[in-house]
Design a protein around this ligand. Structure first.
Ligand SMILES: Nc1ncnc2c1ncn2[C@@H]1O[C@H](COP(=O)(O)OP(=O)(O)O)[C@@H](O)[C@H]1O
Ligand SMILES: [Mg+2]
Length: 209
């Protein structure tokens, strides 16, 4: 899916070679400050390498239109970004930004169920707890139906039991729908339970397995 060669970015990332396979759950692990978020942002073309190449489906990322890329590759940022308004509006706004059609109530409710958010669509997003906000923004990303999910610590605000529940649901959904998951996680348990492929980053470099 992604292939990285001789990538350099400031003094933050230095990756000689990395292949991220499609239709797999790829977990990125490593200490805080090692460059995990920077790598995710690079895969979504929010920043570009100083040197080296990133291939997506065999094409150089620098030649792919950012908007086109982000239809296929959607990033869940480390800190959830929610808007003033209801859960419904927060789900639909992602689709609007992506210039996709609105989804029906039934589909939205299905997504809320998937992320175990037992709330009415009319409820104000402001009132949600940190963990609920994180699940709502995960729901928004799932609604966009991309080929690749870039999930940056999607369960950081969840207790361990909820974390297992949510990640399991997302992994099952992804397997069933042939999605590729690239997920940063601080949880060794999540990585060992769900990853098909573990990528360890240390001081901006990819460690050999
Ligand atoms: N925009 C930026 N400019 C300069 N340094 C940055 C920027 N963003 C992150 N960094 C630095 O790059 C390193 C890696 O950050 P980050 O990718 O966020 O790490 P991680 O997600 O693994 O915790 C850190 O030392 C951080 O301070
Ligand atoms: Mg990070």
């Amino acid at each position: 899916m992604f292939k990285i060669k001789d990538l350099k970015y400031k003094n933050i990332l230095n990756i000689k070679y990395l292949v991220i396979p499609e239709h797999k759950v790829n977990c990125i692990v490593g200490q805080s400050g090692s460059g995990k978020t920077t790598l995710m942002r690079m895969l979504n073309k929010l920043i570009s390498p100083d040197a080296g190449t990133i291939l997506f489906e065999g094409n150089d990322l620098s030649n792919i239109n950012s908007v086109e890329l982000r239809r296929k590759v959607v990033m869940l940022p480390q800190t959830p970004i929610l808007f003033d308004g209801s859960i419904r509006e927060n789900l639909q706004i992602g689709l609007r930004f992506a210039e996709k059609n609105e989804e029906t109530e039934a589909v939205m409710l299905e997504v809320l169920k998937l992320v175990h958010l037992n709330k009415s669509l009319d409820e104000n997003a402001d009132k949600l707890s940190g963990g609920e906000k994180q699940r709502l923004s995960l729901g928004r990303v799932i609604l966009l139906n991309p080929d690749v999910f870039l999930l940056d610590e999607p369960s950081s605000a969840l207790d361990e039991d909820t974390e297992q529940l949510i990640i399991k649901a997302v992994v099952e959904y992804s397997k069933k729908n042939n999605k590729t998951v690239i997920m940063v996680t601080h949880s060794k348990k999540v990585a060992s339970t769900f990853a098909d492929n573990i990528i360890e980053i240390k001081s901006g470099q990819v460690m050999e397995e």
